[in-house]
Design a protein around this ligand. Structure first.
Ligand code: GDP
Length: 365
């Protein structure tokens, strides 16, 4: 499944947020193939549609989609030079699909700030610079290799070199690699093998105190302003309260607690949804009396590739897909009703699966 790495300076609230994540109610038993390590928290992706489906079908089993969050603690100033457990943590970041960057936006005299004062933009830049320095190292090494081929007149190498140099200048200017807008094809030859850290999609979490949970505060505003150019999302929450919310299992009590704080949704739920959207993930469903299940795919995937998420045989032997839309299922009550009304679509190999599709794959074995 997909992994988001939680990074940030010490004492900004990473562990508190991570605790909220790992005390969530993801039923690990449903996911026998994911190895759960102590620094990995699994959460289900909140999705109202699966509740609607469950209400209609009343299946024996319901399996929502999950995201994993990895606590990558220990990133400090100088990490790229090996300070702290620098290199180990940077290697951990290389493996995740996206970064959740927690920034301290709360005042608390009892909580030491490693840099002396609360300054979210400065804090964010400390982390960014460490990641940029590491990326610069990777880019410089690659440039050395490509320069040789470029000198022999290789056109491909020349084009790659130009792009590599652009990344180098960008990183040297203190900007993240994600701020460049090359297409995937253009990037592939130049940096495709480098797994740059600052090119990974990022969400900033402004960890504010309880009183600023809804409105945010001057710190979270400054942070939001500073990341505008990156097109990154900022999720404002209070990690301390989130960890309390996550403890409450009873749904009614949960809702009551939220409403007492004037919230309709937990910050964690917003963070999970934002992560899902950031990764351009969408969900399709399979729905039967035995099991209603949500499956994660990337936006733009065609039907056979989407089927491959269930089993590789589904992809190899793909014949066609029967597709139902949830509103039709709600209107006509069941599959037979949808079919009778002529609302069930039969789609082939080229069909691009849409978010929320209810799919039934037909395949050869
Ligand atoms: P980490 O080092 O980034 O993992 O930070 P921790 O999660 O351990 O938090 C550091 C300290 O800040 C702890 O004493 C937390 O209780 C406190 N803390 C975390 N989140 C908040 C918050 O939202 N408000 C306040 N006032 N304190 C917080």
């Amino acid at each position: 499944s997909l992994q988001c790495g939680i990074v940030g300076l010490p004492n900004v609230g990473k562990s508190t947020l991570f605790n909220a994540i790992s005390s969530g109610k993801a039923e690990a038993a449903n996911y026998p193939f994911c190895t759960i390590e102590p620094n990995v928290g699994v959460v289900t992706v909140p999705d109202e549609r699966i509740d609607v489906l469950t209400g209609l079908i009343n299946p024996q089993k319901v399996i929502p989609t999950i995201i994993e969050f990895v606590d990558i603690a220990g990133l400090v100033k100088g990490a790229s030079q090996g300070a702290g457990l620098g290199n180990k943590f940077l290697a951990n970041i290389r493996e995740v699909d996206a970064i959740v960057h927690v920034v301290r936006c709360f005042q608390d005299e009892n909580v030491v700030h490693v840099e002396g004062k609360v300054d979210p933009v400065f804090d964010k830049e400390i982390i960014d610079i460490e990641l940029q320095l590491k990326d610069l190292e990777s880019v410089a090494k690659k440039i050395q290799r490509v320069e040789k081929s470029a000198r022999t007149g290789d056109a491909r190498a020349k084009a790659d070199l130009a792009i590599l140099n652009h990344y180098k200048e960008t990183l040297e200017a203190g900007k993240n690699a994600r701020s460049l807008t090359y297409t995937a094809e253009e990037r592939e030859g130049a940096i495709g093998d480098l797994q740059l850290l600052t090119i990974k999609p990022v969400i900033y979490v402004a960890n504010v105190d309880e009183s600023s949970m809804i409105s945010g505060n001057e710190y979270s505003e400054k942070l939001r302003e500073s990341v505008k150019g990156e097109g990154a999302e900022v999720v404002t929450l209070c990690a301390a309260i989130e960890s309390q919310i996550a403890e409450i299992e009873d749904p009614e009590e949960h809702a009551l607690f939220l409403s007492e704080y004037g919230l309709t949704e937990s910050g964690l739920s917003r963070l999970i949804k934002a992560s899902y959207a950031l990764l351009e993930l969408i969900t399709y469903f399979t729905a039967g009396v035995k099991e209603v299940r949500a499956w994660t795919i990337r936006r733009g995937w065609k039907a056979p590739q989407a089927a491959g998420v269930i089993h590789s045989d589904f992809e190899k032997g793909f014949i066609r897909a029967e597709v139902i839309k949830l509103p039709d299922l709600v209107q006509y009550r069941n599959e037979a009703g949808v079919k009778e009304a002529g609302k069930m679509a039969v789609e082939g190999k080229e069909y691009i699966v849409k978010d929320g599709d209810i799919m039934h794959f037909r395949f050869n074995v």
